[in-house]
Ligand binder design. Sequence first.
Ligand code: SF4
Length: 601
Amino acid sequence: MKKYGLNLAEHQTELVALIKLLLAEKSLTKDRYSQVVKKITKPGGEMFSKDELIFAYQKLAGTAGIPPFSPKFIDLIKMKPVRTMSGVTPVTVLTKPFPCPGQCIFCPSDIRMPKSYLSDEPGAQRAERNWFDPYLQVYSRLQAYASIGHHTDKIEIIILGGTWSYYPEAYQIWFIKECFRALNEFGKVDGREAVLKIYETIKVGNLWTNDPTQNKANLENEQITEGAEFKYNRIIAKSYLEPEKKLGLDQIQRATWEELLAQQVINETALCRSVGLVIETRPDHISEAEVTKIRRLGCTKTQIGIQSLSDEVLTKNRRGHDVAATRRAFSLLRLAGFKIHGHMMANLYGSTPESDVEDYERLFKDLDFKPDELKLYPCSLIGSAELMDYYRDGRWRPYTSDELLQVITASIALTPEYCRLTRIIRDIPSTDIVEGNKLTNFRQVAERQMVKDGRSSRDIRAREIKGEAFDPSKIELKISTYETSVTTEKFLQYVVLVEGQEKLLGFLRLSLPKVKPFIAELEGSAMIREIHVYGNTVLIGEGSTGQAQHLGLGTKLIDEAKKIVKEAGFAKLNVISAIGTKEYYRKKGFSDGELYQYLMI
Ligand code: SF4
């Protein structure tokens, strides 16, 4: 019995023992879970993933001394009840290992992965087991969600890996086309065997497989342990891209715009719809043409590496671009209606706790920035990063726990209510961190400290309603305004008090441009950049359940936006709809434009 990479018969003894160990736990924290799963691994030391454990549990419950099936086991190891509280199920996929134009000294160089990712991060292992293939990754993830009872009708596809804009265009189109194809076929046709056959036939250079243990052994001699500069790119080009070309995989991993469009059209009414599509790239790769292209691909949000607002720090870390590039990227993305998800780093070479906090403050004061979402990642020391040399000779050191706490608490407190502080501290396995903070729950540590100090978080994540009961008659609309260099931003929120705390039920981001847009169809038009209504994931078209998603807040937010747009003198309102939300907006009276949907006011 084989489940795409997991041979159940081969690992049955370990799986039975591990499932029993997990069942002996009454509840699990993330740390405790990590401790337990490390006790029993596959023969090469690779940990069983949650998907594999759930799959094995479903097959083995009631046999081999394991009690009969109970969903409690799945709840126990899921440990992430907030994962789909936003009403949307995230599916993260990784692009294949590929050279990156960056030379950032802090960036890990794991040659089994796209640049900056580590092969023992959970999502990375999933990608590797699926040959970094988009169809296999999306399909398998949907199946894993479905098997544990999550709804799979509203999906946000998050594409991670190196610098998206540096991959060949034909690969980009193919990658996204295959993501859409998996969404469109899920629950109807299972095309995975056919895709799998391609990789198993080709077996790129006999070096790369979809077995992490095998890859680890094959590449042991090639792994970069120090002096990573450029080496990653050279090894990837020689060991992966060259054989791939010889064997013709590069001809398979390409698609045309017409092929992509065909899948996008199907997805508009599919059972699993893309309600968001996210890519990550570097600021200096954002241009008018690039922004137009990623919009055409169906993207709605861009993750962008800011890292620092100091030219000196960027240079010292060999980032390869300046702050001016970040300013330009933000303005172009904002004018095109994208949600901007910034990545900021603390503790870079050349920064101090004080300068990090100043930088963070500037991020929300300077009119050129003001991201909608943010990841704040203090620099972690990874063995394969060039930063190791700086650490060894004393030029750089990780912050102490107190210094880190000072930076994180100050940053949380400085985050405005229109920004979602999505993640603090990158979820890197502690075994990969040479020195410095290894607590992935440092955010909770910081939040506890803030409570002690009488400080609070106002960011979106801290206020999202998470299944709490509320009184619908107490819902209030709040509208705040903030300026950026290219737009006036209106942030509309429906909030309600729950036990004295303000909880966010839904919000809308409205941009009123102050300068001429570079995309012709946006001229003279305001833009809805995002509508988000919270609640547990509820099926599209399902009747009222008493949750935020069924109070008509989406419609009310659009109506309020229309009023604001009219008063501001705009004749047209555009929306940066995802492919799978087009039908929703059509029902709200929006017409299809070329890249956006619009409403005449
Ligand atoms: S651009 Fe990103 S992926 Fe590339 S080296 Fe720099 S941090 Fe790493």
